[in-house]
Design a binder for this molecule. Structure first.
Ligand SMILES: C[S@@+](CC[C@H](N)C(=O)[O-])C[C@H]1O[C@@H](n2cnc3c(N)ncnc32)[C@H](O)[C@@H]1O
Length: 217
């Protein structure tokens, strides 16, 4: 059941109780590490905030590799945040912490040199408010990297056979109904910065329907 902001906390608590496709998801998330390293110099970054971090494979990798940088993961799901805290403690990663928080209006006010939000804005109704909130968490001279649903994402999902699954239909309702689609132009208007394609900047092929951008403050 979605709340007034369109978020489906119950869905995500259940999802993290029985996370399906865990291996594929974690592999995709870990693949982000070298791409992020091509665009960001982690040796000069003091703090990273990842919003909608889930089980946070990217953060766990980066935190082990860059002990001088502080990494913070945020998520709507208390279950996944509690599990991550336990894993970070088991792995003695003192530069990695986790917080329950919910887009589009965040409670935590910390700002970061790098703000990430990957595969999360698809689940937020007021995506433009979420982008504005995330951009406000970027420190001066910092960077923000995120992907988002647009018209092509919706067209791709509508013709995808996997969307016959009721679970995926529930998960992607907002995108399927076209309720939270945005565009480069809107992001430029919200932030005052021109977003650039993260895939091409990090040496990847551009992905139709999965646009990921970065912008500097
Ligand atoms: C598909 S997972 C992506 C996880 C991670 N970013 C990755 O790329 O592997 C989406 C995550 O967003 C979280 N989420 C969903 N709605 C949210 C909201 N309104 N605010 C914060 N997190 C949310 C979910 O609990 C889930 O962990």
């Amino acid at each position: 059941m979605k709340d007034a902001t369109g978020s489906d906390k119950a869905f995500w608590e259940e999802f993290w109780l029985h996370p399906d496709g865990k291996e594929n998801r974690e592999a995709a998330s870990i693949k982000m590490v070298p791409l992020l390293e091509r665009v960001c110099d982690f040796s000069s970054i003091g703090s990273v905030g990842d919003y909608g971090c889930g089980s946070a494979p990217t953060l766990f990798k980066l935190a082990a590799k860059y002990p001088k940088c502080q990494f913070h993961g945020y998520d709507i799901s208390e279950r996944v945040i509690e599990e991550n805290r336990q894993t970070a403690s088991d792995d003695s990663l003192s530069n990695l912490s986790f917080h329950v928080d919910q887009l589009p209006a965040l409670r935590c006010t910390s700002s970061h040199d790098l703000v990430l939000s990957i595969a999360t804005l698809h689940y937020v109704l007021d995506i433009e408010e979420a982008i504005a909130t995330l951009f406000a968490r970027v420190r001066p001279d910092g960077m923000m990297i995120f992907n988002y649903p647009n018209i092509q994402t919706r067209a791709w999902y509508l013709q995808s056979e996997s969307m016959n699954s009721p679970q995926l239909q529930r998960r992607f309702t907002l995108v399927l109904e076209g309720k939270n689609l945005t565009s480069m132009r809107s992001i430029h208007m919200i932030t005052g910065r021109r977003p650039k394609n993260f895939w091409t900047a990090s040496g990847e092929k551009s992905k139709q329907g999965n646009i990921c951008v970065f912008l500097r403050k």
